[in-house]
Design a protein around this ligand. Structure first.
Ligand code: R5P
Length: 229
């Protein structure tokens, strides 16, 4: 059993090395992005890097970034030089499913403004077709959520409301998440358009055509991937 944590860290260190002095950097969320934030903190502390500004994609990443000495600012309309984030699934075109950590909306809002979106992951995240292994997280409004879920089921989606305990999971934005099972053969772009036009849906975990490169770590080394069309 390979040490997945070590692999995640290797990918994260490669991406963090792309950050140079003065950059505005989108800081992703999750167990892999955490290593990138820590590495940026280390580089600042060691004097390898100066004057970067982080824009965090979750309350958790905001807190970690501040803890490791990164100056954090809220998202504003200026472009970001780079964003670094993990993913739940990565297809050969570097289209992604994200949001198993619940941060998909802030991640998409932030990363759409990045000149480069660099994805970091271990090799278990690679798939040939999105939805192969992971559900598609769909952020939905709390108000009327049962009606929204009916609308999602009417689209042919399986899955369930994310509910780890007695109460549904609540995002940083105060919304719920429906983890949708995607029928085999679904075209992500078509489903994305349909979902974005569905009342009660706020956003989805599809990140299509956004990633510019990926560092994917496997036991035999870190592979650098570019989108294949
Ligand atoms: O909402 C969470 C994010 O989209 C994460 O980037 C994604 O879930 C991957 O997380 P991890 O690196 O923990 O597998």
């Amino acid at each position: 059993m390979p040490d997945l944590e070590a692999l995640k860290r290797q990918a994260a260190v490669r991406a963090a090395a792309l950050v140079t002095d003065g950059m505005r950097v989108g800081l992703g969320t999750g167990s892999t992005a955490k290593y990138a934030i820590e590495e940026l903190g280390r580089r600042l502390a060691d004097g390898e890097l100066k004057g970067i500004v982080g824009v965090a994609t979750s309350e958790a990443s905001d807190a970690l970034a501040r803890q490791v000495g990164i100056q954090v600012e809220p998202l504003d309309p200026r472009p970001l030089d780079l964003a670094i984030d993990g993913a739940d699934e990565i297809d050969p075109g570097l289209n992604l499913i994200k949001g198993l950590g619940g941060a998909l909306l802030r991640e998409k809002l932030t990363e759409v403004q990045a000149r480069q979106l660099v994805i970091i992951a271990d090799h278990t995240k690679l798939v040939t077709q999105l939805g192969e292994k992971a559900p598609l997280p769909v952020e939905i409004a709390r108000f009327g959520f049962l009606s929204t879920i009916e609308r999602l089921r009417a689209l042919g989606l399986g899955g369930r409301l994310r509910q780890p305990g007695a109460q549904p999971y609540l995002t940083d934005n105060g919304n719920y998440i429906f983890d949708a099972a995607i029928p085999a053969g679904t075209q992500p772009a078509t489903l994305e358009r349909t979902l974005k036009g569905t009342l009660g849906v706020i956003d989805t975990g599809f990140f299509l055509g956004m990633a510019t490169r990926a560092f994917v770590a496997a036991p035999d080394g870190v592979q650098e991937l570019s989108p294949q069309t």
